[in-house]
Design a protein around this ligand. Structure first.
Ligand code: NI
Length: 231
């Protein structure tokens, strides 16, 4: 046991020395980083009560958006050794929408349907540390535009709730960003990062209860793991 610990410690020391001895592989001014990976959008949502013109807010009701994972990519242009400008693109995310509390009003529907969304975000990143550091943590502040499309109502919603014409408004808001780039070698890096995005929308639909309106603050955490290439 002692021997293993000792050789383990020796190994760590050798690894540390090896890292220090490596030439400085920098993320620096003028670099373009292309990162490709997967992003998980996890709504941290809250909603208003389901509201109709005839009844006003229906106590105990709400709408919830589910999680989704999709391929995503982002591009960073280093304006200086410490400041990067980042744009994010993804394939559309599809979120399930559920409705709660309609049982008290005589409806069994809980599966409302689904919506697709694209959340393009532009962020300014601040990279900590010297350019030669192997791992560069960063924080950022960004602007997000989220467009919702292909809103689909579930069979239950269409038949039992007589729902039609589901529409979610687009959203424009701030995003905060944090993560780090870890350089594998001169060209390749691994990135782990997250966004917290302010996405607020209003869902409207027609139903047996009349025209329904619900404000949904989706406000997701987005986690992304990616492999990056430095140009
Ligand atoms: Ni919000």
């Amino acid at each position: 046991m002692k021997g293993i610990m000792k050789s383990g410690r020796k190994g760590l020391l050798a690894l540390a020395c090896g890292m220090l001895a490596m030439p400085a592989l920098a993320i620096e001014e003028g670099d373009i980083l292309l990162r490709v990976g997967v992003a998980s959008v996890q709504p941290d949502d809250s909603s208003s009560m389901v509201t109709t013109a005839a009844t006003g807010p229906l106590a105990g009701t709400g709408v919830h958006a589910g999680d989704e994972v999709q391929p995503a990519l982002n591009l960073v242009y280093m304006m200086s050794d410490n400041i990067g400008l980042e744009v994010v693109a993804a394939t559309p995310f599809e979120h399930d929408l559920s409705v709660t509390g309609l049982g008290a009003y005589g409806f069994k529907t809980t599966d409302l349907g689904s919506t697709k969304q694209l959340p393009p975000t532009v962020s300014a990143l601040y990279y900590f540390g010297p350019t030669g550091a192997k791992a560069r943590p960063f924080v950022g502040l960004g602007l997000n535009y989220t467009t919702f499309f292909q809103e689909d109502l579930s069979g239950d919603a269409r038949t039992e709730l007589a729902a039609s014409r589901l529409k979610l408004d687009d959203s424009f808001g701030l995003a905060v960003r944090a993560g780090f780039d870890w350089e594998l070698n001169d060209r390749w890096l691994v990135n782990a990062s997250m966004w917290k995005i302010d996405i607020d929308t209003t869902a409207t639909l027609n139903s047996a209860l009349g025209r329904i309106k619900v404000d949904v603050d989706v406000d997701p955490y987005v986690y992304m793991l990616s492999l990056g290439y430095k140009f």
